[in-house]
Ligand binder design. Structure first.
Ligand code: ZN
Length: 374
């Protein structure tokens, strides 16, 4: 391979030139692309709550956490999160941000795609968030909008956000079908999610239920955007996955260790692959995950979800999210593969494997290190 000026120029095989650098017994990999995180929680040493916590109990604790965090802590947190992402091999990250927030002061090569979070079932809160979210997009070329989740924004407000994203030609990232309680709220207006909203002072009756098939309509709405990231999709059913497959510009983001933290039923990632839905990986935040190391998500899947093809797992952390983000932001330098024209930032995993099976075993247990080029 010949590299220089930030780019790979040539990839070849056979006898290396005399000035080639021998990297030893390693697998050479592209840097990683983390499609979903919330950097403002990066100062947390441990996830909020314990494994198996009920989703609504967790949100309650996270809201308390947010209320107590001061802006300085938030800035420090984002700074620490960016460093953690870069040091663990991530080169592009999809980040959900609470504007006003700038990333300009972070002198990092990490490309941050910041999605401005918009939420509020009450009109006043929504209007304020919508305004700062729109401003965020005007100020930052690598930004999109994030209507938080169907349980935290009204369907009319959601329409408005999606229409605005279409107008700006910016992507949207939205948490969808994360827990069974979400479906219950949207389809019946009742259940633990409705109870939770009432406890934080939201009158749910004007907003829920949506309909008996709430995700069908939502998928259709997201499908009208130039690019959309459907975060989680843990609870999507076969018929909904089939509808999702009709909209190639929607990418599902699966966060394996966060999914495991809530002990949700098995993620339908294979059914999605089978239908041709693009599924990529994210870490989510340190509020539900012990770290922001995307390679740890890869290792987790290689160990725990051996029903997913190992080569597919690697693509879900590299080429597929890079493609999805490049569709939304063509100005991003090509990454996620080792090929001519792509960024020359690479990573290494130690291995002496001589078979593919041994290689995947080594990848499932060994650390990923950034390759330092002189
Ligand atoms: Zn999230």
């Amino acid at each position: 391979m010949r590299v220089g000026g930030g780019k790979i120029h040539e990839v070849g095989s056979g006898r290396p030139p005399s000035d080639a650098v021998d990297l030893g017994d390693v697998a050479l990999l592209p840097r990683l692309v983390n499609a979903h995180t919330h950097l403002e929680f990066s100062d947390l040493k441990h996830p909020v709550g314990t494994r198996g916590i009920r989703f609504t109990d967790w949100i309650k604790l996270v809201i308390e956490q947010r209320l107590t965090a001061d802006p300085e802590v938030k800035d420090r947190s984002i700074f620490g999160g960016v460093k953690e992402l870069w040091d663990s091999g991530t080169i592009v990250a999809g980040e959900i941000t609470t504007p006003p927030q700038s990333y300009a002061h972070l002198s990092s090569e990490l490309d941050i795609i910041s999605f401005a979070e918009i939420l509020g079932l009450q009109d006043e809160r929504f209007s304020e968030r919508f305004e700062v979210g729109s401003k965020h997009c005007e100020m930052h070329p690598l930004a999109g909008l994030s209507p938080h989740a169907p349980y935290s924004i009204s369907s009319q407000a959601l329409e408005k956000v999606l229409q605005h994203a279409r107008l700006l030609r910016r992507p949207v990232a939205m948490h969808v079908a994360e827990s069974p309680e979400e479906r219950e709220l949207l389809s019946s207006g009742d259940g633990p999610m409705a109870d939770f909203l009432e406890t934080i002072g939201i009158i749910t009756k004007p907003h829920f239920p949506w309909s008996t098939e709430p995700f069908d309509h939502l998928i259709q709405m997201l499908g009208k955007l130039p690019a959309a990231f459907l975060i989680h999709g843990n609870d999507l059913q076969q018929s909904e996955i089939e509808k999702l497959a009709k909209h190639k510009q929607i990418t599902v983001v699966y966060c394996p260790r966060t999914h495991d933290f809530f002990d949700f039923p098995m993620h339908p990632v294979n059914a999605m692959h089978h239908q041709g839905v693009r599924v990529v990986l994210g870490t989510d935040s340190r509020a539900s995950n012990p770290d922001l190391n995307l390679w740890n998500e890869v290792r987790f899947l290689l160990n725990v979800r051996q029903d997913i093809e190992a080569s597919q797992v690697l693509k879900m952390a590299t080429l597929l999210p890079a493609e999805a983000l490049a569709n939304a932001f063509p100005q991003l330098a090509p990454c996620g593969a080792i090929a001519a024209g792509f960024r020359d930032r690479l990573g290494l995993v130690s291995t002496t494997a001589v078979t593919q099976e041994q290689l995947y075993r080594d990848l499932s247990s060994n650390d990923y290190r950034n390759l330092q080029l002189n």
